[in-house]
Design a protein around this ligand. Structure first.
Ligand SMILES: Nc1ncnc2c1ncn2[C@@H]1O[C@H](COP(=O)(O)OP(=O)(O)O)[C@@H](O)[C@H]1O
Ligand SMILES: [Mg+2]
Length: 229
């Protein structure tokens, strides 16, 4: 029974695509996988196909559950307050994740934004979820200039919360990488002390389920196997 929390250095770095790739890789290795998105913002109730769980299901074929949705594209706690909908509670997230953990080999939990983003009541964060369920954290980072700083700060925050950081992933690797991007491949592990697991090619999120699954297995097969033992 393994729970992995997928967080990142910011919003838009590729957490959802990486979550889908991890799900696809584990699934094609015969494992049962579930995905949980505790708080989805920026998607209205009338927008089928646009939530992170919809994207994960389309790319990986793995089912997911969303615990709360707030239409405005804001941090979940702010969006919750403005929507008048109930604020997500840490205990509800922990219960949902542990229930999935009972019946699946791997549970992937996708945060919102980065590790300091407040997801709900009393300002709990993705790191509070990880600490409560004993999950390790995978950090999705950008490829370009600035990512060394964002990644180092993020990993420092994970460590300060006494949560294990199981790796870094570049969410979208450019087809024509700049000098900074190429150098960052070597520098990211050095400045963070965390292994770079994979770089997901830009455009991977546009593949169909079969092509995406094959790519996911190449990129993450070894990682998910070692994670699941
Ligand atoms: N490897 C990739 N291939 C194609 N599109 C990508 C890739 N990584 C990110 N994107 C696109 O960039 C945007 C943000 O990615 P997403 O996975 O939703 O980030 P996050 O979950 O961190 O907010 C989306 O429109 C997504 O489709
Ligand atoms: Mg996402």
């Amino acid at each position: 029974m393994t729970v992995l929390l997928v967080s990142g250095t910011s919003t838009g770095v590729g957490k959802t695509v990486v979550t889908a790739a991890l799900a696809a890789a584990a699934r094609t290795h015969g494992r049962t996988v579930a995905v949980c998105k505790p708080a989805q913002t920026g998607v209205g109730d009338d927008r089928p196909g646009e939530s992170d769980i919809d994207v994960v299901e389309r790319l990986s074929g793995v089912r997911g559950i969303e615990l709360a949705r707030y239409p405005e594209p804001l941090a979940p706690d702010v969006a919750a307050r403005r929507s008048g909908r109930p604020m997500l509670e840490l205990a509800a997230v922990v219960d949902a994740v542990l229930a999935l953990d009972e019946t699946h080999d791997l549970v992937l939990v996708e945060g919102a934004g980065g590790v300091a983003v407040r997801l709900g009541a009393a300002g709990f964060t993705a790191l509070d979820i990880a600490a409560a369920v004993g999950a390790s954290v995978l950090i999705v980072a950008g490829a370009e200039l600035g990512t060394l700083n964002h990644s180092a700060l993020t990993v420092a925050a994970v460590r300060a919360a006494d949560v294990k950081c199981s790796g870094l992933v570049i969410g979208s690797w450019p087809t024509e990488p700049s000098l900074a991007a190429r150098v960052n491949l070597e520098e990211l592990p050095l400045v963070t002390g965390v292994e770079l697991i994979a770089s997901v090619l830009d455009g991977a999120g546009l593949l169909d389920e079969k092509e995406f699954g094959a790519l996911a297995r190449t990129m993450f097969g070894e990682f998910t196997d070692s994670l699941l033992g």
